[in-house]
Write a protein that binds this ligand. Sequence first.
Ligand code: FAD
Length: 694
Amino acid sequence: AQLDTLDLVVLAVLLVGTVAYFTKGTYWGVVEERFPTLYSNTNGSTAAGGKSRDILEKMDETGKNCVIFYGSQTGTAEDYASRLAKEGSQRFGLKTMVADLEEYDYENLDKFPDDKVAFFVLATYGEGEPTDNAVEFHQFITGEDVTFEGGASADEQPLSSLKYVTFGLGNNTYEHYNAMVRIIDESLTKLGAKRIGPAGMGDDGAGTMEEDFLAWKEEMWPALVQALGLEEREATYEPIFSVTEDSALSPEDEAVYLGEPTKTHLEGSPKGPYSAHNPFIARIAESRELFTVKDRNCLHLEVDLAGSNLSYETGDHVAVWPTNPGLEVDRFLCVFGLEEKRHSVIQIKGIDVTAKVPIPTPTTYDAAVRYYLEICGPVSRQFLSSLAPFAPDETAKAELVRLGNDKDYFHEKVSAQCFNVAQFLETLSSKPFSAVPFSFLIEGIHKLQPRYYSISSSSLVQKNKVSITAVVESVRLPGASHVVKGVTTNYLLALKQKQNGDPAPDPHGLTYSITGPRNKYDGIHVPVHIRHSNFKLPSDPSRPVIMVGPGTGAAPFRGFIQERAALAARGEKVGPTVLFFGCRKREEDFIYQDEWKVFGEQLGDSLKVITAFSRETDQKVYVQHRLREHASLVSYLLLQKANFYVCGDAARMARDVNAVLGQILADQRGLPAEKGEELVKQMRNNGTYQEDVW
Ligand code: FAD
């Protein structure tokens, strides 16, 4: 009977929680995020070739019969859209254009001609949500009383002339796997539109996104050929951009982008508002290493926001805009035969009016490779195989063709070895791949992405300074011949070394242009922007919090604890504050252990740090085990309206913690296992279970 009562209390607490506290958990099912189109086309043509929001008019004007819409958050969906556009045009003679979903209206989709086709490449973001640029489209097409210009009601199948193709980018680690593509596909079908080929789904969680995309295309293209009566032809490369060397300009010329992120930065007068489109060049006020062991180190940085007008709240994220390491820049330029002319100024223009130039222009080869392109990332099979026609010799060419046709061989030779493009091509031939057009590289290589960090300070305590806690990536994956060195974290380590007196920092054998373009980052500055999140402390500090954050997953919890300690010092009543922290060894990588002691003095008994050291005993102990050991405490605090937070590794730890919490609730309350899982789901829905995972 007692357990039944407890159960009722839990349900009541959850219900009250629903009403009283409706903050959603941050849930970085960051399948992919949209990297904003940062750069306006400085050569004069507008980005989308005009301002019309009428897609049919735009297609008519530009002679297109195939539009590829994308809903993208970090740029992967946008890249896939570009690749489809290119392939459709080169292999099948389609007149393709790529379109950002937020740039058009959809009321006239009922007039979409049946000899044309629309593609929808859609990433799922957060908890099954549309990406920012797809919000309006999603609302419109799924709306209960969606109406079109022709006036037909939804029941009358207004979109019966619309042929469409669709692919989704998702992550099966999350509950709403590929929700966007499923929902849009269902809505379009309901409205009478005809899907061509299967609705594709790529899975970032399983690491198979690229292969899923390639496999989907193999089925989709033949279906499209049939539906539109297309003919396949010998694909020949046609550049999307014209890249011309401009001898009238020198790199010193003030019109030339040498790595500046935007025009105002180029002009030397960066202006806010600072955002994902326009970073603030922030001073690093302080930097140190939290631990350094043989193959790993962890950084703590204080980034000064003063003068930026940027603000943050405890639990938000800061994004760092990295610079590629000199070693890899040199390798890339050398492999593509660009080394000698690295400082030549290039002008980049879209050949087609609908083509957006993805990087600033005019620039130099060096700046493009150092600041604007993701040259160190993994290589795709399709990219390598499409390099074959430009190979410097027959052996390299044959190898590239074979890699394109044989995914197991590609896995063994390239992905399992963790090569980036230049590292791999270097193994193929000693001759440079000089025949590769630069446009091909801009089209095929992602734009360099900012990396996000969970801010590890409290905005209440240090309003203008955000702390970053980052582990430096230098990892040899099992079986790989090659060590992957994280771009941003090694850059940050170099900045830290420089700041602490090392005149020539070279973390893990890398060097960086620390002073930035035209020395604009001198005095240890780094470009950043802030992203607000929903990962938040309860507004009432007397409510208990349970935090699970192994490794750098402790980052936001340092901010949380710092904040609660400050509140306690002010005399506010602060509820129990429990952190489950895990690392390898107490003496090795137990970050912030001294700080927990200091905060403990302010918080008294209410702070409890429960540790799990995985390499101190024969049996590995993780935070999940400690949670289970403290089941009654966890259950008790949840009954006291505790918020439960998880931060860190999305794939394994966060999943396990979710499962263990379900079991704890079931065991402690004498409920069936499914009931425990159900309770965790309810906690997620009402914001008492929040995740900040990556
Ligand atoms: P990258 O160069 O991006 O490499 C990262 C990984 O990609 C490598 O380890 C490797 O597994 C893979 N990889 C890269 N290149 C290749 C290749 N050629 N072949 C095969 N694999 C390759 N991190 C923290 O340390 N602290 C935080 O507080 C934190 N908070 C985050 C919050 C959010 C919301 C998100 C999304 C992420 C967070 N991260 C955090 C992770 C962080 O954003 C970075 O991903 C991380 O620091 C690595 O960045 P990097 O540029 O150094 O490495």
